[in-house]
Design a protein around this ligand. Structure first.
Ligand code: 1BN
Ligand code: ZN
Length: 334
């Protein structure tokens, strides 16, 4: 047996030594790779922050998007119509949700599918409702807020991505989901009082066995002072996705927004999507402050209106997300 091994070793060593020589005199050549079409990475188109800004304005103009109000109903119809206008297939997933104060909410998750026939899919999500009361404000605490940033900004970035996909097609399935009733929870209560739309969707997926290969939530992505830290639960469920997005943002010049520091976990839609549907979703959410009020001075206050929205922040997030999406896509060289 030992002789056989030594023999084999000798033969392979001699072959390795003489192979370059044999090749130079027209001997055996390495097998060429199978012929394929030349492949080039698709360049991400520019993200139009002016258009995203108008999408925030439009939502705020409906009035606070609190479930069971005309503003909520009109805004959901507008979203569905906009996604359809950009050629996406829309499912309006209606459901009833019980508010922690006892009201039954008529709610709707809006699921917009880009190229639904493709099996390889990326999921981008945001919530679209706005909070029923300004808990943290000094005045008018029981009046609903505009939610320009908290609700409006994430939905606007997704809508602008849909518009961009229509103008610059890719060979990649994309699902854009707007969750309802994220922001009507009890500040002093259980985490389960929040994120009722994502909880419903995660238990009633629009497609049986749905499993995107990457999944990102955007929340509070439009304010002037936005700072995106690596959120704790995202780092547990999909650290590679977090690292990839923060690296992309840095390569695009947005490292003043995307800070490569890990912070503690936040109750948000991604928690329930990961827990109930086993889909590892990450959360890009602005937490500019440390301590008890990490989400910034406007959070759950009436100052969360158009005056906090900054096109530069929308651009940083939107362009990073386009780089992420288009980076997965490849197209034959023309
Ligand atoms: C984020 C923005 N959230 C609400 N508005 C989620 C949240 C829920 C954050 C409970 C903290 C506590
Ligand atoms: Zn909120």
């Amino acid at each position: 047996m030992a002789y056989v091994l030594i023999g084999a070793l000798l033969v392979s060593t001699v072959f390795a030594v003489i192979q370059p020589f044999l090749m130079s005199i027209g001997g055996p050549k390495p097998t060429p790779p199978p012929p394929t079409e030349p492949i080039v990475k698709v360049e991400a188109p520019p993200f139009n922050a002016d258009s995203a800004f108008v999408f925030v304005q439009k939502q705020v103009a409906f009035g606070p998007r609190v479930p069971n109000t005309p503003a909520h109903q009109k805004c959901s119809a507008w979203f569905a119509n906009e996604f359809k206008r950009y050629g996406l297939s829309v499912i309006s997933q209606k459901f009833e949700a019980t508010h922690f104060k006892g009201t039954q909410f008529n709610a709707v998750n809006i699921i917009a599918q880009y190229r639904p026939e493709l099996p390889r899919r990326i999921l981008l999500a945001a919530h679209w409702d706005s909070r029923f009361q300004a808990d943290k404000d000094d005045k008018n605490k029981t009046a609903p807020i505009d939610g320009a940033d908290d609700g409006g900004s994430g939905a606007a970035v997704l809508l602008e991505i849909a518009r961009t996909l229509a103008a610059h097609p890719i060979d990649q399935g994309v699902d854009l989901i707007l969750f309802d009733v994220e922001d009507q929870g009890d500040d002093n209560g259980e985490p389960e009082t929040w994120c009722l739309g994502s909880q419903y969707w995660a238990k009633h997926l629009h497609k049986a066995g749905y499993m995107p290969y990457s999944s990102v939530l955007l929340d509070m992505v439009g304010a002037k002072d936005a700072r995106f830290m690596k959120e704790g639960i995202s780092m547990q469920v999909a650290p590679q996705t977090v690292d990839k997005i923060w690296a992309l943002a840095s390569s695009l010049g947005y490292s003043s927004y995307f800070i490569p520091e890990t912070r503690s976990g936040i109750t948000d839609d991604h928690v329930f999507v990961a827990r109930e549907a086993s889909i590892p979703m990450i959360d890009i959410i602005s937490t500019p402050n440390e301590g008890d009020d990490p989400f910034g001075r406007h959070h759950h206050r009436h100052s969360d209106n158009m005056s906090v929205i900054d096109k530069n922040t929308l651009k940083a997030v939107g362009q990073t997300m386009l780089a992420f999406l288009y980076g997965f896509s490849q197209s034959p060289k023309s």
